[in-house]
Write a protein that binds this ligand. Structure first.
Ligand code: FDP
Length: 352
């Protein structure tokens, strides 16, 4: 066998990688990079997170076979019907976060109140265990979104500890359960890295190091069924990309899955714009600040993109009024979000 000096070797026709970077290795290397003062608590928390992603991926894949599709017969605090998988995903998440001993406060989309764990955990976690669950029974990609805050020293842990802007997140990301399970992770001030679950090895493998969102791309992703309720600047922006006036310019392509994680992952990979604007029917928008908008905004910004609210404020600076607070959002490629802001500005909407 000939080695290629890059951790791989030639075995017959195919090249087998023997020096792969698993998420476990990646996290250990990150911890070592921080030096001796790093306690390993964050690393342990991330190990617990990855276990919950693997478990949720497993149940989603088997859902149709083991009667996990359909409604659980209950609704969550925001009034959405809960799917059986919503309930199971939430239980998995809550139990793994409790079990790791490093988390003090947990906010989940499926729980009305913040959960306070006993012990001395110094982290607070926000999550939507299965986002996009209205798509589940059709086998469409869904995902888990998460964000991690570090609590102040000696904080006893309460729901109010979570009413912070996204700029204070120490890490965030999501796992998309699609053709494969794709985990995207970013840490404060760091790069964005993508891992793919190798189901045979049971490991997330670093397959997309240092992800950068293309600076521009003519793709927009929005639920146009709401356009009747859109505000004037919002209508004007979408008109401008569908009916471009500049000579030689082409209209944008539309792509809307209706599952935020899947739409965000495609936007991160290909570029373009994802939006769920606030409108006259939902003046605060639909998506939740803590466990949908802020974690995604951190990923987009760390990948070189932008994320703003419907009033064009930087999404990461928004402080939620309560743990399930909502916001309008426009996020994606730098140039595309900038175009949104320019059109809104012409209509007098300027970030305060
Ligand atoms: P879902 O209702 O299926 O859970 O916030 C949840 C979410 O999906 C997002 O994942 C998705 O982007 C959005 O809502 C879809 O909303 P619409 O059906 O109104 O387009």
């Amino acid at each position: 066998m000939a080695s290629n000096g890059n951790g791989g070797g030639h075995h017959g026709d195919s090249e087998v990688k023997t020096d792969i970077i698993t998420l476990t290795r990646f996290l250990t290397e990150e911890q070592h990079r921080l030096g001796p003062h790093a306690t390993g608590d964050f690393t342990l928390l991330c190990h617990a997170l990855q276990f919950s992603f693997k478990s949720i991926a497993y149940y989603i894949r088997r859902a149709t076979l083991i009667n996990l599709i359909g409604l659980a017969g209950s609704s969550n605090m925001t009034g959405d019907d809960q799917k059986k998988l919503d309930v199971i995903g939430n239980e998995i998440f809550v139990n793994t976060m409790r079990g790791c001993g490093k988390v003090k406060v947990l906010v989940s989309e499926e729980e009305e109140e913040a959960i306070i764990f006993p012990g001395h955990g110094k982290y607070a976690v926000v999550c939507d265990p299965i986002d996009g669950s209205s798509n589940l029974d059709a086998g469409v990609s869904v995902g888990t979104i998460f964000g991690i805050f570090k609590l102040d020293d000696g904080a006893e842990g309460k729901a109010e500890d979570m009413l912070k802007p996204g700029t204070e997140l120490v890490a965030s990301g999501f796992t998309m359960y699609g053709a494969s399970a794709n985990l995207v992770l970013t840490m404060k001030g760091g790069s964005v890295n993508g891992f793919t679950l190798d189901t045979a090895l049971g490991e997330f493998i670093l397959t997309h190091p240092d992800m950068r969102i293309p600076k521009s791309k003519g793709i927009y992703s929005v639920n146009e069924g709401n356009s009747l309720y859109w505000t004037e600047p919002c209508k004007a922006y979408f008109e401008s990309i569908k009916y471009p006036q500049e000579p030689g310019s082409k209209p944008y392509s539309a792509r809307y899955i209706g599952s935020m994680v899947a739409d965000a992952y495609r936007t991160l990979c290909y570029g373009g714009l994802f939006a769920y604007p606030a409108d006259k029917k939902s003046p605060k928008g639909k998506l939740r600040i803590l466990y949908e908008c802020a974690p995604m905004a951190m990923v987009m910004e760390n990948a070189g993109g932008l994320a703003v609210t419907s009033d064009q404020r930087r999404m990461l600076e928004v402080v939620p009024e309560h743990i399930h607070d909502r916001s309008g959002i426009f996020m994606g490629s730098y140039d595309e979000v900038t175009k949104v802001t320019d059109v809104f500005k012409k209509h007098g909407v300027v970030a305060k």
